[in-house]
Design a protein around this ligand. Structure first.
Ligand code: GSH
Length: 216
C-alpha cells in the first residue's frame, strides 16, 4: 500500500488492516517526498493515496472506502464495521488523531534509500509503535508491516505490566504465539532491518536508530 502515516483516509485503511490481522508492505509517501509518489505516477498515472495493490487477487484500488470494503469482503467475508467506514465522522476523528500528534510523520526528511524493505511488528493503535511508523514515513523507508493486534483480554496493557495477573499465554497457532516462541514475550514495536541485520525492541531506540542510519 502506498500511503502516508498522517493522512486520515490512509489511517482508516491501516486500522482495517490491523483489525483484520493482515500484513502489508507499506510504501510511504510523505509530503514533499518524490521517491515513491513518482513511481505511483509513472506506473499507475495517479498520485492519490491510499493506493492498494493486492497481488493475491490482482486487485488494484485507489479509494479508502473501496479498499476497506474490499478487505472486509475478501478477507473476512463480511461488511466493514461502521467505525471504519470512510465517512465524514471517521474522517474527522482520524484527522484529530493526527492533529494530536502535531502531524508527526507527514513531511519528508531526506534519507538514504535502503536496498530491502524493513520489517515492523506493530498494531495501529499502539502508542509506542506510532512514533516508529511516523519516522519510517518521514524517511520514505518502505517496510513490511506485521500486525500483532490484541486478541484477548489478557493482552491489555504494556508488555511489562499487563492488566491481567498471572503468566501471559498467547492464543495458539497465531502470529502472537509464533512471536512469543521466538522472543519469550510479545511486545511491539519490534524493528528488523535486513540491510544491517539489526533486530530491536524499544520505540525510542528504534527511532534513534532509523535517524542515525538513514537520515541525511
Ligand atoms: N518500552 C517499550 C514499551 C512497548 C509496549 O509496551 N508496547 C505495548 C503495545 S503499545 C505492548 O507490546 N503490549 C503488549 C501486547 O500488546 O501484548 C517501547 O517503548 O517500545
Amino acid at each position: 500500500m502506498y500511503g502516508n502515516e498522517v493522512d486520515p483516509m490512509c489511517r482508516l485503511v491501516r486500522e482495517a488492516i490491523s483489525e483484520l490481522n493482515l500484513d502489508v508492505l507499506i510504501i510511504p509517501c510523505p509530503k514533499g517526498g518524490d521517491r515513491h509518489i513518482q513511481q505511483l505516477q509513472e506506473m499507475y498515472s495517479t498520485n492519490k493515496i491510499p493506493f492498494l495493490i493486492d497481488k493475491n487477487t490482482q486487485t488494484i484500488l485507489n479509494s479508502a472506502s473501496e479498499i476497506i470494503d474490499y478487505l472486509y469482503k475478501h478477507y473476512a467475508n463480511s461488511s466493514a464495521p461502521i467505525r471504519l467506514r470512510a465517512n465524514i465522522f471517521n474522517y474527522a476523528s482520524s484527522t484529530s488523531a493526527s492533529l494530536l500528534r502535531w502531524n508527526a510523520g507527514k513531511t519528508k526528511q531526506s534519507a538514504l534509500e535502503p536496498t530491502d524493505p524493513l520489517v515492523l511488528y506493530s498494531f495501529e493503535s499502539s502508542p509506542y509503535s506510532r512514533p516508529v511508523r511516523e519516522t519510517l514515513c518521514e524517511l520514505e523507508l518502505p517496510y513490511l508491516l506485521i500486525n500483532l493486534g490484541k486478541q484477548q483480554f489478557g493482552e491489555l496493557g504494556p508488555a511489562i505490566h499487563r492488566l491481567s495477573p498471572g503468566e501471559y499465554t498467547p492464543l495458539p497457532k497465531t502470529k502472537r504465539s509464533a512471536f512469543f516462541a521466538e522472543h519469550g514475550t510479545v511486545q511491539v514495536p519490534l524493528l528488523k532491518d535486513p540491510n544491517t541485520d539489526v533486530d530491536m525492541f524499544e520505540s525510542k531506540a528504534i527511532v534513534k536508530y532509523l535517524i542515525t542510519t538513514y537520515a541525511l
